[in-house]
Design a protein around this ligand. Structure first.
Ligand code: TYD
Ligand code: MG
Length: 479
């Protein structure tokens, strides 16, 4: 008897319920609920639609007893952290390993999500090369790269551009999971890459490739496969435009690790962010640049968002420097503001949360007495970075003041601090880290909340710290 937990999933919105309904309770669509059986952890050979024979799977076990419960004492014995992971060589490999929490964990299922065209296939092809190199020396480092998106020739061309020549990467164009599994048996690879989860399907599961059912079942099948064989499996998932339907979001709870690749198409910078990691922390961020030979590691990301204007000319109106911490990295950002009198638009933000900017503008009007009411205010974070940290508040306020008062801020001044509703400056986390970064970059003065001054008193840096209690003090001192 099938003992797996049964749930009903809406084929349209992905809502899950314990029983069948004719109309989805979440999205109100008719007749969209389909049965879904959760994956069974114990491998008892009754996995739906997954026809690789028990014996074949068994042959993958290095040790036959791997699925028997083991005592914690036995498990941790002799397995120190570094042995547990495959570290990727080179600078790009170092960056990726860091995001993964120190390397690739054997037997883990890693989902790499991102917008179409952001560079996921490029990243995974580079990871394939690094993995095979990383395995070198031990036994053969064969990697199987399965693509349902592109032809073998297309991937071959990409490998040429990336200067990847290793004979250990095997390309296979297929969308049938069972067919893929059969071929894996022959090759015995050390890692499997599936590009992408939206193109593969399992026979016997309803729906076409890319539907919610297929995507979930295929991911579950690959998870079982990763656990049984103890090889790492990478999955590519496109973030779909229409609200993530059948996209990576709904797979996050199934897989071990979720990485998202981000980047504006107008810039060449790509960020790799870990949003879930069963084997490490999630506040790591990898920074890359897409070049004509693939992704390159950016070793000094602090200054990558600075425009020529700042390094070239001495001063400019409506420009202030913010210092933002994301993951374990510090970024120096340029905030631009433009105040325009007598315009019909009221406000436009690019890279800054609109509600946050409204708050800052309101505080500037009420607490600092700036007559901004007749102005259209445009705000922009240079280079398409999305600023979510409130530590950037003060820089936004300073940029607005600078534009409104038509008073330039010297280009060696940075602003750090959160703004409260009374116009007071509030302290922000990791201040030492921010200040030492800008000091290294040559900034001479930094405005911070007065309350944080003693926190950094012990830092011996070549930078003038200006502690202010509120916005009025900042305006008095700078403008
Ligand atoms: P791709 O990896 O195909 O994106 P995804 O798999 O996420 O859809 O790469 C997308 C873009 O990257 C493509 O428009 C071209 C660019 N690119 C480079 O700039 N340099 C390179 O070396 C490669 C391989 C791609
Ligand atoms: Mg692709």
């Amino acid at each position: 008897k099938d003992k797996r937990k049964k749930t009903w999933v809406c084929n349209q919105c992905g809502a899950t319920t314990g029983q069948w309904f004719g109309i989805c309770k979440a999205c109100r669509a008719m007749n969209t609920m389909v049965e879904f059986k959760e994956a069974l952890e114990e491998n008892n050979g009754k996995v739906s639609g997954f026809k690789v024979s028990e014996a074949a799977v068994r042959s993958w076990f290095k040790e036959a007893g791997a699925s028997v419960p083991s005592s914690l004492a036995d498990v941790s014995k002799g397995m120190n952290q570094s042995e547990w992971r495959i570290t990727l060589p080179g600078l790009v490999g170092m960056e990726i390993s860091r995001v993964l929490g120190g390397g690739v964990v054997p037997g883990s299922l890693i989902l790499v999500g991102g917008d179409p065209g952001v560079g996921k296939s490029t990243l995974l092809l580079q990871i394939s090369a690094l993995l095979s190199e990383g395995f070198c020396g031990s036994n053969s480092g064969r990697i199987l790269y399965v693509s349902g998106e592109e032809s073998i020739d297309q991937i071959g061309n990409r490998a040429d551009r990336l200067n990847i020549t290793t004979a250990d990467i095997f390309l296979y164009s297929s969308t049938d999971i069972e067919d893929i599994m059969d071929n894996i048996q022959v090759l015995s690879p050390q890692a499997l890459i599936v590009d992408s989860i939206q193109t593969v399907y399992l026979r016997g599961v309803s729906g076409s490739a890319g539907s919610i059912m297929q995507v979930k079942e295929c991911t579950s099948a690959l998870l079982r496969f990763a656990k049984q064989t103890n090889i790492p499996v990478f999955l590519i998932g496109h973030v779909t435009k229409t609200g993530d339907i059948a996209g990576p979001r709904m797979l996050e709870h199934i897989v071990d690790t979720v990485l998202y690749m981000e980047g504006e198409s107008s810039t060449s910078y790509r960020l790799l962010r870990s949003v879930k990691n069963r084997f490490g922390s999630t506040d790591e961020l990898g920074v890359f640049e897409m070049s004509n030979t693939g992704l390159q590691a950016v070793l000094n990301p602090s200054e990558m968002f600075l425009s020529e204007a700042v390094s070239g000319s001495d001063i400019s109106v409506g420009l202030a420097i913010a210092v933002i911490v994301d993951g374990s990295r510090t970024f120096v950002l340029e905030i631009q503001a433009l105040c325009l009198t007598g315009s019909t638009t009221t406000k436009q933000c690019n890279g800054i949360d609109s509600a946050r900017s409204s708050l800052i503008i309101a505080v500037l009007m009420k607490q600092a007495g700036l007559k901004l009411q007749d102005n259209a205010i445009f705000l922009n974070v240079v280079s398409g970075f999305k600023m979510i940290e409130t530590a950037g508040d003060l820089a936004i306020a300073a940029a607005i003041c600078s534009s409104f008062l038509e008073f330039p801020i010297p280009n060696d001044v940075a602003f750090i601090g959160e703004i409260g509703l009374a116009g007071e400056l509030r302290t922000v986390p990791r201040l030492e880290k921010r200040i030492s970064t800008i000091s290294k970059l040559g900034y001479k003065k930094c405005v911070i909340p007065k309350s944080s001054e003693k926190q950094i008193a012990s830092l011996n840096l070549d930078i003038t710290i200006l502690g202010c209690r509120n916005l009025n003090e900042v305006i008095d001192n700078i403008f």
